[in-house]
Design a protein. Structure first.
Length: 73
């Protein structure tokens, strides 16, 4: 799964905004979000969260994986 970039939605923005994040592939469509949230941002899923991802086409035709729900392990 980690061949594509994983994106986490930014919370509290006037328009849909997505942050590419570091991640660890956990298998079966699940990744662990890694990294540090930059000052002034709020991510839908914080580092350490294990989430399910699915493909999405973003602006300008860029394709990636969006984190969309918490994963129960």
């Amino acid at each position: 799964m980690s061949a594509l970039q994983v994106y986490v939605q930014l919370v509290g923005e006037a328009v849909d905004c997505w942050r590419p994040v570091q991640h660890r592939d956990m298998g079966e469509g699940i990744v662990e979000i890694l990294g540090i949230v930059p000052a002034g941002e709020e991510w839908q899923f914080v580092p350490g969260s294990k989430v399910r991802c699915r493909k999405r086409r973003f602006a300008y035709g860029k394709e990636g994986l969006m984190a969309y729900e918490p994963a129960a392990l």
